[in-house]
Design a protein around this ligand. Structure first.
Ligand code: 4AD
Ligand code: MG
Length: 474
């Protein structure tokens, strides 16, 4: 359908051609002499209106009620100019075949259904306008991501999903253990099948990896190893966090894009993050027009203007210290009190970008070292690190990044101060022993980018199958 309707003349130049459309029935409207069937194949938001009279081959299926919302059909007909005002062209049906009829219990009938309800039907929700549009825009953002980095000479690196190290040191990892295969106990209880010592603790020496292993929280440390060999690299893959936060911005499984730049400092990092965000936003505005118009009308009024401004304007830059001063001057009260040294909460981040800077993205830099991860480069003041967060309206923190500490003694001291085991970072420390270079990178949460670009307010609707506390269905 996108192929037919997506052209500059909305399909008019193809009037007279015989075409085949395959898709799912959205609505059926039977009048005395003709039946209108709206079909969607997911290639675009638009349906193809199929007009069928009683002469057409397969009309008996209309009469017998076989064609209903949700059914899959194959239709052949001639493209004609439409009499209706909603579309330029429609298909005059010669032949229609019901490929798969739809049970009347199909839960997504035409009436508008809530997004909460649709989360319980994650296997069927891509059949709706909203989730079809989100899926296409998500796809376009992924494509534009690779395109941006490839055009700028970055090499895509696959970082591992199973790892022994905790990049962020926040203790939010999911542990991976082995179930002893073919054990009878496994049939009764998966937990019973985990190898255990005599006193009932997990026996890691008998476990698959011989020691505790986890799902990765970030591919950064692995990315650094490749950046210190291939120069500019990026990862793009799933990451996992056992954060017990039921918010509209957190998932237990989310995708992250993590570029790592060699011979680069924090300014290079911020410039890269800005250019990247502007590039992908420009891409969806240009290539996802129909879906973006839909979001603009139904999901967030004015989103197109908001995104256009992002592409055209410079982003604001503030130090953390300036951000704290700004928050202290704010006329309104925050739930979490503000003072130098505190972590910025979502309400603070949103105030800064939405109210203080009127919707413009803001990059906050030079955070207190106490609230940031061990690998960030210490600034000369001894109190702050060369970290940066990019804050955007509605979402808050979209990007977190930093210049990395390239000096061996500084990283070792920081690991000791944070009581992290130097031995388990031996390979990371090696990078500082063998030809260390200044380098920097950032991580962008892909689902937060989808939220930002579509206006969808809950992150659970920005990923096909959300994983959140208490929920791993589908
Ligand atoms: O700020 P974070 O924790 O930074 C890192 O992981 C660094 N290692 C990245 C780097 O420098 N290479 O996470 C980066 C981004 C956040 O800004 C946010 O957009 C997203 O990842 N994010 C989440 N998105 C969804 N659900 C969660 N639970 C998220 N946690 C972080
Ligand atoms: Mg962060």
């Amino acid at each position: 359908i996108a192929d037919i309707k997506g052209g500059p003349d909305d399909g008019l130049s193809r009037v007279g051609q015989t075409l085949v459309v395959m898709g799912w029935v959205r609505t059926l409207r039977a009048q005395s002499s003709v039946t209108f069937i709206e079909v969607n194949d997911g290639s675009c938001l638009s349906n193809m209106q199929c007009v069928m009279d009683s002469e057409a081959d397969g009309y008996d299926q209309v009469e017998s009620g076989l064609i209903s919302t949700g059914a899959s059909i194959w239709v052949q007909g001639i493209l004609v100019a439409s009499q209706g005002s909603k579309q330029k062209v429609e298909l005059k049906v010669d032949k229609l075949v019901v490929v798969g009829k739809c049970d009347l219990s199909f839960p997504i009938q035409k009436k508008r259904v809530s997004r909460e309800f649709l989360r319980t039907k994650a296997h069927l929700r891509p059949r709706t306008n909203t989730f079809g549009a989100v899926a296409r825009v998500r796809n376009a953002l992924a494509y534009a991501t690779h395109k941006f980095f490839q055009e700028n000479g970055f090499v895509w690196v696959s970082s591992p999903i199973i790892t022994a190290s905790d990049c962020e040191g926040a203790g939010e990892q999911f542990c991976v253990t082995t179930l002893i295969p073919s054990s009878q106990e496994a049939d009764q209880s998966p937990v019973a099948a985990i190898p255990k010592t005599e006193n009932g603790l997990v026996d890691w020496s008998k476990d698959f990896f011989g020691k505790p292993a986890f799902l990765t929280v970030s591919g950064q440390l692995n990315g650094e190893t490749y950046a210190t060999a291939l120069s500019d690299v990026y990862t793009f893959g799933p990451t996992f966090r056992a954060e017990n936060s039921n918010t509209s911005r957190h998932l237990a499984e989310f995708w992250m894009i993590e570029p790592e730049l060699a011979f680069a400092d924090l300014n290079d990092d911020m410039a890269c993050a800005t250019a990247y965000l502007q590039y992908v936003v420009r891409h969806v505005l240009e290539y996802c027009k129909e879906d973006m118009d839909f979001f603009n009308t139904w999901i967030e009024k004015g989103i197109i203007d908001r995104l256009t401004a992002v592409v055209e304007k410079d982003f604001v830059q503030l130090t953390y210290t300036e951000a704290i001063e700004l928050l202290l001057r704010a006329k309104r009260k925050f739930e979490f009190p503000v003072k130098w040294g505190c972590d910025l909460q979502s309400e603070h981040e949103r105030y800064i970008t939405e109210e203080a800077y009127n919707g413009c993205p803001v990059i906050v830099r030079d955070y207190p070292k106490e609230i940031k991860a061990f690998y960030m480069r210490q600034n000369d003041d001894g109190k702050t690190v060369a970290a940066m967060d990019m804050l955007v309206p509605r979402v808050g923190e979209l990007i977190g990044g930093s210049q990395r500490e390239e000096r061996l003694d500084y990283v070792e001291n920081r690991l000791d101060e944070l009581k992290l085991n130097r031995d388990s970072y031996w390979w990371y420390l090696d990078l500082r022993r063998y030809g260390s270079v200044p380098h920097a990178g950032f991580g962008l949460g892909f689902e937060r980018l989808v939220q930002f670009a579509t206006g969808i307010d809950n992150i659970r609707d920005a990923i096909p199958f959300p994983r959140t506390p208490g929920s791993a269905e589908f």
